[in-house]
Design a protein around this ligand. Structure first.
Ligand code: AVJ
Ligand code: FE
Length: 448
């Protein structure tokens, strides 16, 4: 297993260097794919211009690794405020006197050169911030998180397609969706040992979970289309009060990026409009749509605890794994991650990624909405800054788990927690269904 507390410093430095290089290759690909005008333009009020994300990536790296960890002189202190996400709402960012694309590229390069030097010369001990190279891991994750945000900006961009990737693997055999019974009992949620886990994933703590049933696969386009065709968007009874109000206000009729074509629906996938792939997980639905679909289907969304138990619990040992398939880092055989394929994989495509209970495609493909708000785990300590998680705690956000095809393995774990507003649909979000165990299933569980 690769919880790397035991790695020697040189191996750890190599690992960090490789991860930094990988994340930069992704940022470069996403920003080199379009011309300067496209980099500066705001493709949606919900998003920053791509060039803002790119310089913000460099600025965070400068703040934490050049100045704090490295104790070096600032590179561009004058631009800190412009690239501070809390000082500038996304909608206001295009009006800022941003660095040009050329200036941005040379800024991020200058910062990275210094960071490589800091990495080579910093003792990775003595301070919590550098133990296990945490600050470097945080910055790798930060860049990869913004890479996913930039990919969402690409999806909103108008014009000829510029991103291309091979199709995800096809399911190797026949696929049958089914509900999987997750036994009642204690479960260890979160982590205290995963070196690059962020503050909101900590600490590990025991929770009791009642028996429940969760679907083996996420909800597909085909299943979702039935809800659309059945008039689900016009039937208030499936929607929460808040969800219905939003459905009315935003005139929702189908997932974002579905395109009506006569009597059928197509989907815009990074500028290519194509027929729906019916056995692909539905993507670009908001929490309210997921919740309404679940009610229509006579089920509900899993709670965050249920999701994590389905993903990590090993009934043979009672232990929680790092990932559904075990403790190994994700490989291409386990999950659709890292923008290797620019769409979710059809259900059944990753049998090697299943959890011990047989729940599939929990990691990768689409972020999965879960019910409940963003709360700290018992014993939470903000680290290393309150603005990563703590300022978002409360009822305003819903939790998403598991990562999407746009998320990188470095920024996705069995314990990883993502969050967004219940109305957001430009993210790579889908969901899977759960329900309480029935009396007979409970009995079966108790007799095991
Ligand atoms: C954890 C994905 C909700 O993008 O808003 C990026 C991650 N934090 N820069 C976000 C993040 C600071 C965050 N999410
Ligand atoms: Fe950020």
């Amino acid at each position: 297993m690769t919880v790397f507390g035991e790695l020697d410093t040189e191996t750890l430095r190599d690992r960090v260097a490789r991860q930094l290089t990988r994340s930069r290759a992704r940022s470069t690909a996403l920003t080199d794919a379009v011309d300067d005008e496209d980099l500066i333009r705001q493709h949606s009020k919900l998003m920053s211009p791509l060039v803002w994300d790119y310089a913000h990536i460099g600025n965070q790296e400068e703040l934490w690794l050049v100045r704090d960890v490295g104790g070096r002189e600032p590179v561009r202190e004058d631009i800190d405020n412009m690239y501070d996400a809390f000082q500038n709402a996304r909608a206001d960012r295009p009006a800022l006197p941003l660095l040009s694309p050329t200036e941005t590229r040379s800024y991020v390069r200058e910062v990275r050169d210094k960071v490589m030097d800091v990495l080579a010369s910093t003792k990775l001990e003595g301070r919590k911030l550098v133990e296990n190279a945490f600050a470097f891991g945080m910055i790798v994750q930060h860049e990869q998180q913004h890479n996913e945000t930039m990919l969402a900006t690409h999806q909103l961009r108008k014009g000829d397609p510029v991103l291309h990737a091979p199709l995800p693997p096809a399911p190797p055999g026949p696929v049958v969706d089914k509900g999987i019974l997750v036994p009642a009992g204690p479960f260890t949620m979160g982590t205290s040992v995963e070196p690059w886990a962020l503050d909101n994933e900590r600490p590990a703590h025991q929770v009791h979970v009642d028996a429940f049933v969760i679907d083996k696969y996420p909800v597909t386009n085909g299943m979702y289309l039935e809800f659309v065709d059945a008039g689900g968007y016009d039937q208030q009874q499936w929607w929460s009060e808040e969800g219905w109000a939003y459905r009315q206000k935003a005139s929702l009729v189908a997932p974002r990026f579905w395109v009506r074509d006569g009597d059928r629906w197509l989907r815009d996938c990074f500028g290519v409009v194509e027929p729906l792939v019916l056995d692909e997980p539905v993507v670009h639905v908001c929490y309210h749509e997921a919740e309404a679909f679940a009610a229509w289907a006579g089920k509900r969304l899993p709670t965050e605890v249920e999701w994590e138990k389905a993903a990590r619990f090993d009934p043979a040992t009672g232990r929680s794994r790092r990932y559904p398939w075990g403790d190994e880092d994700p490989g291409p055989e386990h999950a659709n991650l890292g923008q290797a394929h620019l769409r979710p994989a059809r259900i059944g495509a990753y049998p090697l990624g299943e959890s011990p209970l047989g729940v599939a495609q929990l990691i990768g493909d689409v972020w999965e909405w879960t019910s409940g708000d963003f709360h700290p785990y018992p014993g939470f300590v903000a680290f290393p800054y309150r603005e990563y998680s703590e300022v978002f705690f409360g009822p305003d956000y819903r939790m998403l788990r598991g990562g999407s095809f746009g998320a990188d393995a470095a920024a996705c774990r069995g314990t990883f927690r993502n969050w967004d507003y219940a109305i957001r649909r430009q993210i790579f979000s889908g969901f899977r269904l759960a329900r309480d165990a029935g009396p007979e299933e409970r009995l079966l569980d108790e007799q095991r």
